[in-house]
Write a protein that binds this ligand. Structure first.
Ligand code: HEC
Length: 137
């Protein structure tokens, strides 16, 4: 819960940041596009001057759709308490044992309040859809 509170405050404080048009001397600006999370392009080199102004784009709003299947709602409900489920889809396909360890880490290290039976359901779902053998593009 504490982590979530911190995350929400961070977002709340970051939200009213100035926009590109308001910054005199802006030389570069960009936004994340929906659906391109994880494939940001490296910008071309440019001629920067001392005192150049940059703007970091707005926070990505894209949240991945998880694969349909048994356990999906349980995963969405329990795994988006502290971060979005894009944390799942932005991983490379992980071996089954790694998903088991990852879910356990969220409980044991990060403090996710997930009961053992629910943990099993979540692990099964992730193994069913997000391993090198089972992940669909
Ligand atoms: C109690 C809060 C909390 C919950 C609930 C939670 N996570 Fe996390 N998770 C974190 C934190 C904190 C990080 C690390 C944050 C970062 O690096 O940005 C993280 C990171 C991750 C990562 C990135 C790899 C890593 O180990 O850092 C994955 C994948 C992930 N979580 C999956 C899950 C899944 C699957 C669930 C549901 C079982 C889940 N999380 C539930 C807090 C949580």
């Amino acid at each position: 819960m504490k982590l979530r509170t911190i995350a929400l405050w961070t977002l709340a404080l970051a939200a009213p940041m100035v926009t590109a048009q308001e910054r005199p001397g802006l030389v570069s600006a960009g936004d994340y596009a929906d659906g391109t999370l994880g494939s940001a392009q490296q910008p071309a080199r440019m001629d920067v001057q001392p005192g150049s102004v940059y703007r970091v784009g707005k926070w990505p709003t894209y949240t991945a759709d998880l694969a349909p299947g048994k356990g999906r709602d349980t995963v969405v409900g329990n795994c988006s308490m502290c971060h979005s489920v894009t944390y799942i889809t932005m991983q490379p396909p992980l071996p089954a044992a790694t998903w088991k360890a990852e879910v356990h880490k969220m409980i044991a290290v990060m403090g996710a309040p997930i009961q053992p039976a629910t943990e099993e359901e979540i692990v099964s779902y992730l193994q069913e859809h997000y391993t090198p053998q089972t992940r669909k593009p």
